[in-house]
Ligand binder design. Structure first.
Ligand SMILES: N[C@@H](CCC(=O)N[C@@H](CS)C(=O)NCC(=O)O)C(=O)O
Length: 231
C-alpha cells in the first residue's frame, strides 16, 4: 500500500511536459520515484493511470493520480510549501500566467510539433514562421517583466510561464539544428536570450535538459519526417 505522501512520476527523459513536473518537484525539494516510460509500446501502467489521454507525465501522490503537466505543476504548488511558489498570490496575475501558459502549449508547441513531423518543406517553413511569431510575442511579454527589473515571467523567481515555456527550449534547439536556422537570437529577442540562459542554469533545472543530439536521435527513431528531411 503506497504511503499517502509517496511520489512517483511516470515520465520520459525526452518529454518537455515531464520536465515541467520535475522542475516543480525540484523547486519544492520533493523526493520522488522516477518511472521511465518509453511509449513504445505504452506500458500497462500508463494505460491504467491515464486512460483518457494515454500520455506522460502522470504523477502518483500516494494513491492519487494526477495527469496533464500544467495541472500537475499547479497541484504541486498548491499541496507543498517546502519551496517558493510558482503561482502568483494575486488572482489576476495567476489568470494572466495561465493565459500565457495555455498560449505556449496551444500556439508555440503545436507549431513546434508540426515542424518536427512535417515532411513537406513549404508546409514546414510555414510552421517555422509560426514558431518565430510566437517567440516574438513571448519576447514582447518578457520585455514588460524586464522593464520592471524582473528576470523571469514569474517575477524574481521561476513561475508557471517560465516552467511551461522553458521546458520547450531543448526542443527549440532541435528545430534550430535540423533546420540550420537559429530562432532565438539576440537582435530579435534580447530578453529571451538572457532568460533562456538564466533558466537553463537555474539549480532546479540544470541536469534535466537532454542534449540536442540525443533528442534528434529520438526524433529520428520516432520517424518524425521534419527532423529527418530538414537540412
Ligand atoms: N497536454 C499534455 C501533453 C503530454 C504529451 O503530449 N506527452 C507525450 C510525450 S512528450 C506523450 O505522452 N505522447 C504519447 C501520445 O501522444 O500518444 C500535458 O501537458 O501533459
Amino acid at each position: 500500500m503506497a504511503s499517502s505522501n509517496h511520489l512517483k512520476l511516470l515520465g520520459g527523459w525526452f518529454s518537455p511536459f515531464v520536465m515541467r513536473v520535475k522542475i516543480a518537484l525540484n523547486i519544492k525539494s520533493l523526493v520522488y520515484e522516477n518511472i521511465e516510460e518509453t511509449l513504445n509500446p505504452k506500458s500497462q501502467l500508463l494505460l491504467q493511470l491515464n486512460p483518457m489521454h494515454k500520455k506522460i507525465p502522470v504523477l502518483l501522490h500516494g494513491d492519487k493520480t494526477i495527469c496533464e503537466s500544467r495541472i500537475i505543476v499547479e497541484y504541486v504548488d498548491e499541496v507543498w510549501n517546502s519551496g517558493p511558489s510558482f503561482l502568483h498570490s494575486d488572482a489576476y496575475d495567476r489568470a494572466i500566467a495561465r493565459f500565457w501558459a495555455a498560449y505556449i502549449d496551444d500556439k508555440l508547441f503545436v507549431a513546434m510539433i508540426h515542424a518536427l513531423k512535417e515532411e513537406d518543406e513549404e508546409a514546414r517553413k510555414a510552421y517555422l514562421e509560426e514558431i518565430e511569431d510566437s517567440l516574438v510575442t513571448m519576447e514582447d511579454e518578457l520585455q514588460k517583466c524586464c522593464r520592471e527589473g524582473k528576470g523571469y515571467f514569474g517575477g524574481e523567481e521561476i513561475g508557471l510561464v517560465d516552467i511551461t515555456f522553458g521546458s520547450l527550449l531543448c526542443w527549440v534547439s532541435v528545430i534550430e539544428t535540423v533546420n540550420g536556422r537559429k530562432m532565438i537570437v539576440e537582435e530579435k529577442h534580447p530578453c529571451l536570450v538572457k532568460w533562456a540562459e538564466r533558466f537553463e542554469f537555474d539549480p532546479n533545472v540544470k541536469g534535466l535538459i537532454p542534449e540536442t543530439e540525443k533528442l534528434i536521435e529520438f526524433a529520428l527513431q520516432m520517424k518524425w519526417k521534419g527532423a529527418a528531411s530538414a537540412k
